[in-house]
Ligand binder design. Structure first.
Ligand code: GLY
Length: 304
């Protein structure tokens, strides 16, 4: 049974359209690409794609990934500038035997060779914010509030399963800084036999727990997507507490081949979009409210 799930309220429109694609017999790969492109193209979302907030030097540097769960092949790129739709680059790289994870100049050259659209990803608004804040960069950068990486997982009626991620990373990050989103096993993982998972939040924390692979491993051992998300995240949070660190800002989503979804978060509230034969809508979990519940767009009006 087809199903699609995407992080944050910002993925709702794309997830809705992608669910229609899946309903009409489209592939999981096309659905994931479509849903993510919708977020990348929208300049109002300052943590992804066009209008993403720049690094310390004023460059919008993006990270992205695409993984095909049937072949266990992935494509990913990091520290990429001026590629209009990073997810398209990740998808093009997916399937290669080697050279499927590219960084910086090489990734940009690959995008040009693939004939992908190149574009200045800065907007007036993103540069205004950079101008206003670049003189007082906090020592400890924090994740965005209410949005971050767009992560989308989908399974189609043919049993194909795909995971995708796209982000411009932390605002005012150091040039060259890379988060979890293009890192296989941390920001994303997908095995069509057992399930897919992806993470959003502070990449430096997510990578310490290799969270996406951990969630898929738990599903492989029989956990539901919801239980796998909760167990993986509470284990990492508990380990951080032992180390006298707080749980940080992390949210995860998961999907299994039966189309069941799950999510968990360290935040008060983490909204995400899900679409399937029963329709498309927003759901949410909270750190003290771990069960998935339906929420309305109005309730989530404060969320970017
Ligand atoms: N999760 C996105 C990042 O840390 O860059």
């Amino acid at each position: 049974m087809y199903q699609i799930i995407g992080t944050w309220k910002m993925s709702l429109d794309g997830v809705r359209e992608a669910a229609e694609l899946l309903r009409a017999g489209g592939s999981a790969g096309d659905a994931v690409e479509h849903a993510i492109v919708r977020v990348e193209d929208n300049p109002d979302y300052s943590s992804v794609g066009y209008g993403g907030l720049p690094d310390k030097d004023g460059h919008v540097m993006t990270d992205c990934a695409f993984m095909d769960g049937c072949s266990l092949r992935a494509g990913a790129a990091m520290s990429v500038e001026n590629v209009a739709n990073p997810i398209r680059l990740a998808r093009k790289l997916c399937g290669r035997d080697t050279n499927w994870l590219l960084a910086g100049r090489g990734a940009e050259q690959a995008a040009v060779a693939f004939g992908l659209q190149m574009k200045d990803m800065r907007t007036e608004a993103s540069m205004r914010k950079w101008q206003a804040e670049r003189a007082s960069i906090p020592e400890k950068l924090t994740a965005y509030t209410g949005h971050d990486t767009v992560c989308v997982l989908a399974v189609d009626d043919a049993g194909r399963m795909v995971a995708g991620t796209s982000t411009s990373g932390l605002f005012l990050k150091e040039p060259g800084r890379v988060g979890d989103s293009p890192v296989i096993g941390s920001g994303f993982y997908c095995d069509a036999r057992f399930g897919a998972a992806a993470a959003t939040g502070l990449g430096e924390d997510i990578m310490r727990g290799c969270l996406s692979y951990e969630i898929v491993s738990l599903m492989r051992r029989g956990a539901s997507p919801a239980d796998a998300c909760r167990e993986a995240l509470s284990f990492l949070s508990a380990r951080k507490l032992e180390l006298r660190e707080d749980a940080g800002s992390i949210s995860v989503i998961a999907l299994n081949p039966q189309g069941e979804t799950g999510a968990a978060t360290t935040l008060e509230i983490f909204p995400f979009a899900a679409g399937g034969p029963q329709g498309t809508g927003l759901l949410a979990v909270g750190k003290d409210a771990p069960n998935l519940r339906k929420v309305t767009e109005e309730e989530m009006a404060e969320q970017p």
